[in-house]
Design a protein around this ligand. Sequence first.
Ligand code: GDP
Length: 297
Amino acid sequence: DKYRDQDDKAELVERPAVVTIMGHVDHGKTTLLDAIRHTKVTEGEAGGITQHIGAYQVENDGRKLTFLDTPGHAAFTSMRSRGAQVTDIAVLVVAADDGVMPQTVEAINHAKAAEVPIIVAVNKMDKEGANPDRVMQELTEYELIPEDWGGNTIFVNMAAFKHEGIDSLLEMLQLVSEMEELKANPKANAFGTVIEAELDKGRGPVATLLVQNGTLHVSDSVVVGSTFGRVRTMVNDEGKRVQSAEPSTPVEITGLNDVPQAGDQFLVFSDEKKSRQVGEARQQKHIQETRSETTKV
Ligand code: GDP
């Protein structure tokens, strides 16, 4: 990572992995995301209801994992096409009764292009026609070979629908996360990526940011894509007000002058004037680019 070199190595600490769920339509991505989210509800003291802000965190054995809450490949590819890499680990969901399908292959290609490790979740094991061996066999063609067969891909059998296999999957994600040695410097000025953004009638521009390095604080001056402002409010994935957000944490912020786009990168400036200058320059450039694009048509 480019920022690792700039930071004092002594300041680097472990950060949670950011996980994306991918796979063919109807193989159970949304069901799996719901089932994982549910593990938090049962463990949380007040039953912390997860708010949809585009990403959420769960704690497993006292360690966190961050999940992007948008199944499918659109988010992944649109972010990557904008130069943002937010995913550390991809979970490839394959229905045991259906096997490898076109979007399964597409997902594998995306993950490989991004050099992101893949864990295979063989889902719908409760179904009559479930055939996990066939799934393994089919995936060998794409160099996803289980450990038992001499490869190094982790396969987890599950029935997301019945909440079966979720614990094993979370354990395996922790294992891969440890192997990846994911680090960040919480003392640095924050930077990261926009997960989603919209214009809220009452609150104005609202953006969910994934902090990738540093710690984001309320009242920080930020440039977000071609927008800028000061963080006015910050809410976590449980809908609670927070004052700061550490690496790998998703938070929803208000205080921007306009609505940024998913995949835009954000950066905190120590100096508000500087942030305003950069923000305005970028906005000007953005307007010109949009104009020239429209006139080209
Ligand atoms: P997505 O398109 O990949 O997000 O798939 P969904 O999560 O929407 O699931 C598609 C269908 O498969 C839904 O009707 C689910 O209820 C069902 N489904 C998901 N997981 C399981 C499972 O483990 N077992 C069975 N029998 N059905 C499942």
